[in-house]
Design a protein around this ligand. Structure first.
Ligand code: MTE
Ligand code: MO
Length: 203
C-alpha cells in the first residue's frame, strides 16, 4: 500500500539500496523519463539538420546529418538531474564527444552558448564541455532519441542540471564572456552543479 501511494504521488521514491549516494541534495529518485520543454516541440528534419561550431573561433565548423554520422560515436552511461528535483540513474545515451566537435575549431573564448532549433539557448563554460564531459547525442538506451527528448540530436552534459542539455541542439557559439541563456536569464544559476545545489542565480 505504501508503495502504491509513493508511486501515485509523482514517483517520489527512495532509490534502490546502495544508490542513495548518487542522488544529489534535494533531489528524488525517478524511474521514468519526464519530458520538460518550454514551448512547443520543434520538428527537425535530418535532411535540413546541421550542427555548427561558430562564434569566436579560428575555423567555424558545420556538419550535415550525413557528415555527423561519420564522426566517432561513444556510449555514455550516466545519471541525470533535473532542477525540478527528479534524478534518473543508470540511463545511457550515444553520441559524439564535444571534444571531437571542437577539435578543428580553434576556440578563442572560454564560454559557449548552446543554441537549438526553436530558439532555446543555454550557456556553458568550455571547461564544462571538454575533457569527456559533454556529448551531442542521437540515441537513448539503444533507440533513436525520441523527438520529445530532443531528437534528432541533443546536447548531453550529465554533470550539470539537465536544463544545460539543450534539446534539438543546432550548434555551439563560442563567446568571450559568460552570457546568460534562456533559463539563466530567468533566474537559473549560470553554472548549475547539482552536487552544490546551484539551482538559482543566488545559490
Ligand atoms: N531546446 C530545449 N532544450 C531543453 C529544454 C527546452 O525547453 N528546450 N528544457 C531543458 C530542461 S529545463 C530540462 S530539465 C531538460 C529536459 O529534458 P527531457 O525533456 O528529455 O527530460 O531539457 C532541457 N533542454
Ligand atoms: Mo529542467
Amino acid at each position: 500500500m505504501s508503495d502504491f501511494f509513493s508511486r501515485g504521488f509523482g514517483g517520489r521514491r527512495r532509490p534502490p539500496e546502495g544508490m542513495e549516494d548518487r542522488i544529489p541534495p534535494g533531489q528524488y529518485y525517478e524511474r521514468g523519463f519526464p519530458v520538460l520543454t518550454a514551448g512547443p516541440t520543434p520538428t527537425v528534419d535530418t535532411g535540413a539538420w546541421t550542427f555548427r561550431v561558430d562564434g569566436i573561433v579560428g575555423a567555424p565548423q558545420s556538419w550535415s546529418w550525413e557528415e555527423f554520422r561519420q564522426l566517432p560515436f561513444e556510449d555514455v552511461p550516466c545519471d541525470i538531474h533535473c532542477v525540478t528535483k527528479w534524478s534518473k540513474l543508470d540511463t545511457s545515451f550515444r553520441g559524439v564527444s564535444v571534444d571531437t566537435l571542437l577539435e578543428g575549431a580553434e576556440p578563442l573564448g572560454e564560454f559557449a552558448m548552446a543554441y537549438s532549433f526553436g530558439g532555446y539557448t543555454t550557456n556553458l563554460a568550455l571547461e564544462d564541455l571538454t575533457d569527456g564531459k559533454a556529448w551531442v547525442v542521437t540515441e537513448h538506451e539503444g533507440e533513436t532519441l525520441p523527438e520529445e527528448h530532443g531528437g534528432p540530436a541533443r546536447l548531453l552534459v550529465p554533470h550539470l542540471y539537465f536544463w544545460k542539455s539543450a534539446k534539438w541542439v543546432a550548434g555551439l557559439r563560442v563567446m568571450d564572456s559568460n552570457e546568460p541563456g534562456f533559463w539563466e536569464s530567468n533566474g537559473y544559476h549560470a553554472h548549475g552543479d547539482p552536487w552544490r545545489e546551484e539551482r538559482y542565480w543566488n545559490d
